[in-house]
Design a protein around this ligand. Structure first.
Ligand SMILES: Nc1ncnc2c1ncn2[C@@H]1O[C@H](COP(=O)(O)OP(=O)(O)O)[C@@H](O)[C@H]1O
Ligand SMILES: [Mg+2]
Length: 368
């Protein structure tokens, strides 16, 4: 069984500057949990608080029911992987992996067994006798991962472990890390600013901005029902429009960008007529309208069309001057839009998101 990490109302200050104000979060046993947010939002700071490298100015962190505030880092039994590989260049791969076990003075047989097993798991057995400088970046990061988990830590913390790798290796390594974590079953906190990586690798994600958690959810929840416009635009791509509410006999309408009036079901009640709203639309939620008679549309001109195999991606300039991104699945589409072509769009009312005027509260009620 993995360990639950409970962060209860913690505050981090540097001098008189509050970096993390009163943050609470529970990371479940065995979960692959990601802290996602822009550079400087406090991800590393929070991770270092869990590791014990940072002081905590207020609040508590618990591993299961035990407060760890007063436990020094070296007694927290934590495995860590950083952006830099932090492996010893003068030791073979096997010696690197065994290092933490030797320090713990385990017997020879256990050291051999545990390190053999973990090298199998992260697929570096064939390099066991090599020196790290004979390995690629991806292989070195596998060694770092093996070294972090061979000690059977209580939790595994990873801070942007893939940012030094090239794009192709990053994708390969993120599934390797995911598979290894699932096999070992260790509670893992992973830090990244790369939303695509976070979506691909995580059970759940906390989106952070300026030291505060914006939303906690599964990748699917964050993508489909972002809590606010920050999450809507940081996770995946969204166009955020100004919009206005119109109630009509109990039906709810939203007028997007002063032009497109759509009926939206499942809106929260209590929104006033003419109230200002924000609406976010993802590229795949725009729907081209072929009927020239239809006037309830957003009009624009196609500025670029990129064929990506599965998708056609368009940049469209609306008559307001606004550039938006729109995409269509490529399969079955023969008459795609060309550059310079005029286009009329509506939106998928089931999938778009509607927020209050500040963009800080999602007004869609989830059914059931
Ligand atoms: N040792 C430090 N002293 C003062 N300010 C710091 C220190 N470490 C980080 N900060 C500040 O805390 C904020 C969060 O930093 P960090 O946690 O590294 O962000 P992230 O990992 O999300 O990029 C930043 O504004 C950064 O400048
Ligand atoms: Mg960082």
């Amino acid at each position: 069984m993995g360990t639950e990490i409970r962060i209860a109302e913690v505050t981090k200050k540097y001098g008189d500057k509050t970096i993390i104000p009163n943050l609470s979060l529970t990371i479940r046993s065995g979960e692959f949990f990601t802290l996602l947010g822009p550079s400087g939002c406090g991800k590393t700071t929070l991770l270092r608080m869990i590791a014990g490298f940072n002081t905590i100015e207020a609040g508590s962190i618990y591993f299961d029911d035990k407060s760890i505030n007063a436990i020094p880092p070296y007694l927290r039994n934590i495995g860590m992987v950083f952006q830099s590989y932090a492996i010893f260049p003068h030791m073979s791969v096997r010696k690197n992996v065994e290092y933490g076990l030797r320090q713990r003075k385990l017997d020879k047989k256990t050291i051999r067994e545990w390190s053999d097993s973990i090298m199998e798991t992260v697929k570096i057995t064939e390099y066991a006798d090599r020196s790290p400088n004979q390995l690629s970046g991806g292989q070195q990061q596998r060694v770092a991962l093996a070294r972090a988990i061979v000690i059977r830590p209580t939790v595994l913390l990873m801070d942007e472990p893939l940012s030094n790798l090239d794009a192709k290796l990053r994708i390969e390594m993120r599934s390797a890390i995911h598979d290894v974590q699932k096999e070992v079953g260790i509670t893992t906190v992973y830090v990244t600013h790369d939303q695509e990586e976070a979506l691909a690798i995580s059970d759940r994600i906390a989106v952070m901005n300026q030291g505060e958690i914006q939303q906690v959810g599964t990748p699917v929840e964050l993508y489909h029902r972002p809590a606010n416009t920050f999450v809507a635009t940081f996770v995946g791509t969204s166009t955020v429009f100004d919009a206005v509410f119109q109630g009509n006999d109990g039906d709810a309408f939203v007028v997007i960008d002063g032009q497109l009036r759509v009926k939206v079901d499942h809106l929260r009640s209590g929104i006033a007529d003419s109230e200002a709203l924000k609406v976010s639309v993802r590229p795949e939620e725009f729907i081209p309208v072929r009927d020239p008679q239809q006037t309830n549309v957003l009009k624009g001109v196609v500025k670029s069309c990129v064929f990506l195999g599965k998708y056609l991606n368009y940049e469209v300039q609306l008559t307001s001057g606004r550039m938006i991104e729109m995409s269509q699945p490529a399969s079955g589409i023969r008459d795609y839009f060309k550059e310079g072509e005029e286009i009329a769009l509506t939106v998928d009312c089931e999938r778009i998101n509607v927020f209050d005027g500040a963009g800080s509260v999602n007004l869609i009620r989830e059914e059931g």
